[in-house]
Write a protein that binds this ligand. Structure first.
Ligand code: RNT
Ligand code: ZN
Length: 412
């Protein structure tokens, strides 16, 4: 018997079908962010990375253009198991020298991305307006700016993004998630916390009123606590966006780096699912702050995966990745993070949640604790290895990364 056969038997004894778990996992799309490949710089020359987010490190081989980024994505994605989507930022428009600003981007500026994503056999493309690293974001305020010209520019940008999202949805016949995140906030003690929020509300109203096709596009809003240089006030706070999303029938995006360190996104998922039919995620790893470290298969990620599975919400939660590490090989960072999410999901799919929930309902907390601990020792790794094998992936992917580093990245 192989290690997998033995594991399968063990899981069967727990009432878990390992075959079904692997099949289900292969169907869950993970939207992989393009911005890990080039340190969130983009192609439209908007300016240095701004908005209170930061990439640190200087590992050689950063993708400097579309060709290099495509090459890197193709290589990294080839090492990722499961169903993949591409998460694009508007700043990755392919402008080919055309003088056009972000408020006038058109689907054709992303057609080369569609061709590329189709060539890779991806499930679709998700999209993000880029409201940072641009002269119109120089004040640190965008949709909430007191300058009407600035607000209008970014409202137009978001509307343009919604059109582009419809195009993505049409091309792939899958719904496109458009996630709105703005850097708006203040470094020091505000004199007015109210008016900027009213302006943000008004800008969002204008964007949503553009008549985008709700049968093709999901709009999400991403809240945050603070950013570097904007420590004292964030316009798009958690309460602001949760209420906005609820009242306007759009979706919340939870980034697990965007809360106070003892608040857990895993606990927020079931809370939101009681009210929303969809929840979007940015899976990341914050170390002491929203540092966007590479996702590892740690307790936080396992808890998030467990909630998605036991809320029976694999079709309701849109999983996207959001981290950027420039201190290590960028492709390795990509693959490690994506595999960590897949591994956590597999573990969640192999857990007898119903049995445990029953113990909770019966008030049998002694056995519940004992079982929760015993289950940690089930042979998950044998199923993970089998899953990788069936997906045509090797458990050890570093040799391939190293080879690519020598042959491709080393030349940059
Ligand atoms: C910033 C947000 C946002 C960005 C990306 C690049 O704190 O998490 O999602 O990281 O849009
Ligand atoms: Zn995010």
């Amino acid at each position: 018997m192989t290690a997998y056969d033995l594991a399968k038997e063990k899981f069967a004894k727990e009432g878990i079908d390992a075959e079904r778990a692997m099949e289900r996992l292969a169907q869950v799309p993970v939207s992989v962010h393009c911005w890990q490949g080039d340190d969130v710089i983009g192609f439209d020359g908007g300016g240095d990375l701004s908005g209170g987010i930061q990439t640190t490190g200087n590992y050689p081989g950063r993708a400097r253009n579309f060709e290099e980024l495509k090459k890197d994505i193709a290589k990294a994605f080839s090492l990722m198991p499961g169903k993949l989507r591409l998460n694009l930022h508007a700043s990755y428009a392919i402008l080919n020298g055309e003088k056009v600003d972000r408020n006038a981007y058109r689907p054709e500026h992303f057609a080369p991305w569609v061709d590329f994503a189709k060539r890779l056999g991806l499930d679709g493309i998700d999209f993000n307006p880029t409201m940072f690293s641009h002269p119109m974001a120089a004040s640190g305020l965008t949709l909430s700016s007191s300058d009407e010209k600035v607000r209008t520019f970014w409202v137009e940008h978001c509307m343009a993004c919604l059109k582009i999202a419809e195009y993505f949805a049409d091309e792939f016949k899958t719904r496109c998630l458009v996630n709105i995140w703005i850097p708006d906030g203040l470094k020091d003690v505000p004199a007015d916390r109210f008016t900027p929020r009213l302006r943000l509300k008004d800008s969002l109203d204008k964007i949503l009123a553009c008549g985008y096709d709700k049968s093709k596009v999901d709009v999400a809003v991403e809240s945050k606590v603070f950013g570097i240089g904007v420590e004292s006030y964030t316009v798009g706070s958690n309460e602001f966006y949760q209420n906005y999303a609820a009242k306007n029938d759009i979706c919340c995006l939870l980034d697990n780096g965007h809360y106070h360190p003892l608040e857990y996104v895993s606990d927020k998922i079931p809370a939101l699912l009681a009210f929303y039919d969809k929840v979007a995620l940015h899976v990341t790893r914050g170390v002491r702050w929203d540092s966007d470290h590479v996702v590892l298969c740690n307790d936080e990620i396992k808890d998030i995966a467990a909630e998605i599975v036991r809320c029976r919400a694999l079709d309701k939660v849109r999983i996207g990745l959001d981290y950027f590490d420039a201190s290590i090989n960028r492709l390795s960072a990509w693959v490690t993070g994506q595999r960590s999410v897949q591994k956590a999901l597999l573990q969640a799919l192999l857990t007898p949640h119903e049995k445990l929930a029953k113990l909770q309902d019966e008030g049998n907390f002694t056995l519940l604790m004992a079982e929760q601990e015993r289950i940690k020792d089930l042979p998950f790794s044998a199923v993970w290895e089998e899953y990788l094998k069936r997906q045509g992936k090797e458990a050890e992917y570093y040799p391939q990364i190293r080879k690519y580093e020598i042959e491709e990245l080393g030349k940059r």
